[in-house]
Write a protein that binds this ligand. Structure first.
Ligand SMILES: CC(C)(COP(=O)(O)OP(=O)(O)OC[C@H]1O[C@@H](n2cnc3c(N)ncnc32)[C@H](O)[C@@H]1O)[C@@H](O)C(=O)NCCC(=O)NCCS
Ligand SMILES: Nc1nc2c(ncn2[C@@H]2O[C@H](COP(=O)(O)OP(=O)(O)OP(=O)(O)O)[C@@H](O)[C@H]2O)c(=O)[nH]1
Length: 161
């Protein structure tokens, strides 16, 4: 697995894209795009806005029950262990499987926040990636060459264990 050194955590606390106070404000940006969501609240709010993410990465109970309802029922269901502060090979493999055969819901046993990095690296150009910024709102990153380059350099600060 890859571990995020304590010294570099701050690098990941600032938004890795554009911060919006709510999903409603970014809807025009993601219409006609594949949407990948990281987090239970983000996924819940996308469904509430009538948007079914092509990939949802969640970790908490909040979403487990709604995932048994129609919108995501037909999605491939994957599981991956991922302790806080890490990116496990299991999570990366689940992301690759879901990207190759969407739609998919990845249930993370642990913490899903850092999944944004491998997700941006695996996502096709043009995909909209959304994740929650605690207490501030939702971050949108449209996947382009720069996003992949930045995600690659963020991955470089991790230590392989
Ligand atoms: C820096 C991050 C990614 C490190 O995550 P890590 O896996 O080590 O988990 P950590 O124990 O730090 O956090 C556990 C959970 O508490 C939440 N959290 C973290 N810091 C705060 C905070 N200051 N206030 C409220 N909630 C917080 C996070 O959303 C996270 O889900 C995380 O702390 C964080 O800030 N996440 C929110 C932003 C995010 O997802 N960034 C990733 C984009 S590349
Ligand atoms: N205002 C607003 N805030 C949001 C939205 N989505 C996420 N957030 C914020 O981001 C935080 C984390 O969102 P998520 O990562 O989706 O929620 P989560 O999966 O329960 O969070 P962790 O498991 O702790 O990572 C939320 O608690 C909110 O503070 C949104 O649509 N609107």
């Amino acid at each position: 697995m890859l571990r995020l050194p304590e010294a570099h955590r701050d690098l990941f606390k600032k938004p890795f894209g554009t911060l919006y106070p709510n999903i409603g404000e970014l809807l025009p940006q993601i219409r006609d795009r594949a949407v990948y969501a990281v987090g239970d609240v983000v996924t819940h709010n996308l469904l509430g806005a009538g948007i079914i993410p092509d990939i949802a990465i969640i970790d908490g109970y909040t979403m487990r029950s709604p995932c048994n309802r129609s919108p995501l029922l037909r999605a491939r269901r994957l599981a991956a262990k991922n302790p806080p502060g890490t990116i496990t090979d299991e999570l990366v493999d689940a992301i690759d499987t879901a990207v190759q055969n969407p739609p998919g819901v990845i249930f993370v046993d642990g913490e899903e926040d850092l999944a944004v990095i491998p997700l941006v690296l695996a996502a096709p150009i043009g995909t909209a990636v959304l994740y929650g910024q605690p207490g501030e709102g939702v971050v949108l990153r449209l996947v382009d060459a720069l996003a992949k380059q930045e995600a690659g350099s963020m991955l470089n600060v991790f230590v392989r264990e």
